[in-house]
Design a protein around this ligand. Structure first.
Ligand SMILES: NC(=O)c1ccc[n+]([C@@H]2O[C@H](COP(=O)([O-])OP(=O)(O)OC[C@H]3O[C@@H](n4cnc5c(N)ncnc54)[C@H](O)[C@@H]3O)[C@@H](O)[C@H]2O)c1
Length: 285
């Protein structure tokens, strides 16, 4: 396989024509992606961004069938302008549970059988469950770790196994959280915070093991983003949103669409020298 010409100054010195190559760095035309937790919230927003960048995106989530909002996003993605010679960007839905290792592995085998590739994997599905630390019920604690930690590993394995098999220089991105590094005062999130710290460390471990195979693994750690997950605890604690907003220098929660840029950057060739990194999207005062 010939090495593609390097962009930038080296290309100029080699006499390249004067064209803008920088914007195409995040072009994902012809790539295939999996996003878990892709039925709503951050996962769906990332899935749409990847499709807008040109990818075929498989959204995996628990509901047996996608709802009207997801279907509207699918129609939007399907109507995007076509890129000649490339697979048409689109969204597909798969009902599945990330805690089922065998199913996750076979889901990605099936994607590869249909599309011929898996280039990007966002292990994003997660849950938040609160209980006081001294009373935290064993079953609830195990459930959070099962979805937020084991499920993330099974997703990354499923994609990584196929990337290795096909020699694809893929990008695996794990959704961690600021709660893996800081704690959230007055919240009873010992299980969630523990799980997200594990995800950050998982990304670094996977990155070291998979770098020799050409596969990159990074994590994103958002601060508070307004989604159904945050709504579920904000609704029960009046005034909390204002209090938590004040802990951020920008004085507000983030929107899911504000994660589009980092998602496209990590998924694409714009970040080929980035692995084992945690992209932190918060500042707490
Ligand atoms: N919203 C925030 O402020 C915030 C901040 C930091 C990190 N995160 C993380 O971002 C990710 C997405 O969060 P969100 O805010 O979009 O939440 P959300 O609740 O809106 O979406 C999470 C999705 O994961 C799915 N899911 C849960 N268990 C699953 C399973 N076993 N198998 C497959 N899918 C499953 C849910 O059905 C849901 O669609 C989570 O990992 C969350 O911990 C969120």
């Amino acid at each position: 396989m010939s090495t593609p010409p390097r962009p930038g100054v080296a290309a100029v010195v080699a006499g390249a024509a004067s064209v803008r190559t920088a914007p195409s760095l995040v072009d994902l035309s012809g790539r295939v992606a999996l996003v878990t937790g892709g039925h709503r919230g951050i996962g769906l927003e990332i899935a749409l961004a990847l499709a807008e960048a040109g990818a075929v995106v498989y959204c995996l989530d628990l509901p047996a069938k996608p709802d009207d909002e997801w279907l509207a996003v699918q129609r939007f993605a399907g109507a995007l302008p076509k890129v000649p010679g490339q697979k048409n960007a689109r969204l597909e839905y798969i009902s599945g549970d990330v805690t089922n290792q065998a199913m996750m592995w076979s889901v990605v085998e099936d994607i590869v059988a249909r599309e011929g590739s898996i280039d990007v994997c966002f292990a994003n599905a997660g849950i938040l469950h609160g209980a006081e630390c001294l009373e935290y019920p064993a079953e609830d604690f195990k459930k959070v770790l099962d979805i937020n930690v084991s499920g993330v590993l099974f997703t990354a394995q499923a994609a990584g196994r196929q990337m290795e098999k096909l020699g694809i220089p893929g990008s695996i991105i794990l959704t961690a959280s600021m709660s893996g590094t800081i704690t959230n005062p007055n919240q009873h999130w010992v299980a969630y915070n523990t799980s997200k710290a594990a995800v950050g460390q998982m990304a670094r471990s996977l990155a070291c093991e998979l770098a020799p195979k050409g596969i990159r693994v990074n994590s994103i750690s958002p601060g508070y983003i307004f989604t159904n997950m945050t709504r579920s605890f904000l609704d029960t604690q009046p005034g909390l949103k204002e209090k938590l907003s004040a802990q951020n220098p920008m004085g507000r929660f983030g929107r899911p669409d504000e994660l589009r840029g980092v998602a496209m950057w990590l998924a694409s060739d714009a970040s080929t020298f980035c692995t084992g990194s945690e992209c932190v999207l918060f500042v707490v005062l």
